[in-house]
Design a protein around this ligand. Sequence first.
Ligand code: PLP
Length: 365
Amino acid sequence: MEKINCLDLKEQHRSIKKELFEAFEKVYENTAFSGGPFVEEFEKAFATYTGTKYVIGVNNGTSSLHLAMLALGIGSGDEVIVPANTFIATAWGVSHAGATPVFVDCDKDHWEIDPAKIEAKITSKTKAIIGVHLYGMPFDIDAIKNICVKHKLFLVEDAAQAQGARYKGVTVGGFGEMACFSFYPGKNLGACGEAGALSTNNENYFKHLQSLRNHGCNVRYYHDEIGFNMRMGGLEGASLNVKLNYLEGWNNRRREIAKQYYNGIKNSKIKMQQQPAWADSVFHLFVVTCDEKDKFVKYLQDNNVNPAFHYPVPCHLQKAYSHLGYKQGDFPNSEYLAAHCMSLPMYAELSNEQVNYVIETINKF
Ligand SMILES: *Cc1c(COP(=O)(O)O)cnc(C)c1O
């Protein structure tokens, strides 16, 4: 068996190359390189897809989190609850706005933010909770919404890994004040370039976010507040228009592969992410843990299965946040996950033969 990587983007891009290049040509002919009609087309289509009223395209997912905080009026002196086990950009959004991320541990079985551990972290400075649909699986939205209502906090979804995932049958993106998406090339829906977006049902946020991403102006060269250049590029928008048509199919193929892993992997040394009844994941990543991680990783690599690691260091132990004073032992579940996790091959173009090979290899460990 040839080496099987955690992710391989080449096949997807080979299969739709003609369509993508035709779309790029249109952008070129219209010189619509920054924002413009192709980005607007995508915003409308993605709003329909997520079942939300408004989508605002931006230059990447990190910007979407940053702008979400600004649109909610969050800044210096404020605190925002963030899971300790997420990609660091969830916390960047809070820090870029001048506020402080306050980390919370995850559940030991489903690895999503643990609602039972949130209330102890709420202070008079807490303004919002950012829940992350980690690895493509929705967090327990109802439980967290209840906490938000009780303590008058904003709920923001970080849906960067979860385009198309469903919570109790409803597509993510409209559960909080707003949701943040990344279209980094490796995400389930990835642009040919860097891109991101916010979705919301609130017209005021929508208008404010449109202005913030565009130098703080609604009328050209009249600037109402200090803004940013965080517009989505036209080529990126055009690539997303093409790829959005394939997303359901790709997500369903990921669900199929995940099912094969869940049914096929029978090795008591390997633990998989538990899927609660509320969750219909899009399996951005298929993460497993193993007590003997180093040995298992070497065994996989020796057998041409190449895992990746999401993520080796939890946010609270990152050097960038050392000034916040967290220490090893603060969040045992996140720390265990970081030290023992690996991501198995997961992308829509994997063949059944490859999936079966991964399963058989794991079962022989
Ligand atoms: C990818 C990702 C982001 C950041 O998106 P970029 O487009 O890379 O800036 C934020 N949060 C999570 C959970 C992510 O996976």
